[in-house]
Design a protein around this ligand. Structure first.
Ligand SMILES: [Zn+2]
Length: 367
């Protein structure tokens, strides 16, 4: 019996290929396949998947943090001397438009240069993961850039020129305000109204009113309300119970994002984290979930794919790890379900906020 148990343990350890995943994310930071060329404008998001993935794997020591922090700061859209571009500030996704490399202000005026709300979110997360104190983030410029992206209906554009506007970008905006500890970047009430208006007849959330329920948008809705501290106020107990039910019904083996769709690794995080935020994740089947995620693990190059026998990619590799972390996979750091970074990185954010509040308090007393 003892022998059987030890064999089983050995099997478990072999099955989750931690070191391959570490190498997968290291490669993601260095070189990407040609087919990723079209994602160049959103490179910072791919970097976030790799950095946060390494953090979940407790392997951040394999990267040069200082260089990475400098590169991320070089993507900050800083105000020009006359602040004419204040409503365009935030973080850009990469150096693709050719703004000269600089980590210091003032910014350079360029007609196509602006932050992108998802890049600002993943940029701030990445800095926090790397242990930076955010002291070089121009918070007021980021918040001004954010305010300029909110529409009358409460949703957000991704960029000032206009783009799709929906609940995903509300989530990015909520995460930015939460991390910067300043909600002046949005009209929170309007954002809440957009979110509650996106609750569909079948009790999941769509991208907007009247649109199909989806696991990803449901995550964005619930996580945003949690970050705002307004979950119980915005939704009734009855609505919350129905949302819980809709989410629980998404488990097949792993999770799918919509009824009658195949299961996909990323929903082990999107739906799993939503259920965790709604305090009912424990009622799902962890063993089936784990088996599905591990069936999408690439045993040769590391990472996870969306389906078994498919190619791994940074998004599914990262969210697969987060899905495993939520069900308590040993050797993985715990993930904060609302901010989608490790609990360790989340605690760093809290410490920073504590020091900001203390220094704001002492300034207040001096004046
Ligand atoms: Zn997916």
């Amino acid at each position: 019996m003892a022998e059987e148990e030890s064999q089983f343990e050995e099997f478990e350890q072999i099955d989750f290929l931690r070191d391959r995943h570490v190498r997968f994310f290291q490669r993601t930071l260095q070189v990407l396949p040609e087919r990723y060329a079209s994602l160049e404008t959103t490179r910072l998001t791919i970097i976030f998947f790799a950095l946060s993935g390494l953090d979940v794997l407790d392997a951040l020591d394999v990267i040069d943090r200082k260089t990475m922090i400098e590169w991320i700061y070089s993507l900050q859209v800083l105000p020009t001397e006359d602040e004419a571009n204040l409503s365009r500030c935030g973080f850009r996704g990469s150096s693709h438009i050719g703004i000269p490399y600089s980590t210091k202000g003032p910014g350079v005026l360029h007609p196509y240069d602006s932050g992108h709300v998802a890049m600002t979110y993943t940029g701030l997360c990445s800095l926090v993961i790397l242990g930076d104190d955010l002291s070089r983030v121009d918070k007021q410029a980021c918040l001004a850039g954010l305010r300029a992206l909110q529409l009358e209906d409460g949703s957000f554009y991704a960029v000032p020129e206009g783009s799709e506007n929906d609940i995903r970008f509300i989530y990015c905006a909520a995460s930015i305000c939460y991390m910067l500890d300043d909600w002046s970047g949005m009209d929170m009430q309007k954002a809440i109204e957009y979110i509650t208006g996106s609750l569909s007849y079948d009790n999941g959330f769509g991208q907007g009113a009247g649109r199909e329920s989806h696991g990803g948008w449901t995550y964005c809705a619930i996580a945003s309300l949690c970050l705002m501290g307004r979950l119980e106020e915005a939704l009734s107990q009855r609505e919350l119970d129905r949302i819980r039910r809709w989410c629980i019904m998404r488990q097949q083996s792993g999770f799918h994002g919509r009824p009658n769709k195949p299961v996909d690794t990323c929903y082990s995080f999107w739906v799993g984290a939503t259920l965790e935020l709604l305090d009912v994740f424990q009622y799902t089947n962890f063993d089936k979930n784990r088996s599905f995620i591990l069936s999408t693990q690439d045993r040769l190059v590391g990472g996870f794919a969306k389906w078994p026998d498919s190619h791994p990619d940074p998004l599914h590799a990262y969210l697969g790890l987060c899905g495993l972390s939520l069900i308590g996979e040993p050797s993985l750091r715990k993930v904060h379900p609302a901010l989608n970074i490790t609990q360790r990185a989340f605690e760093h954010v809290q410490q920073l906020q504590q020091t900001w509040r203390e220094s704001a308090g002492s300034c207040g007393r001096q004046h």
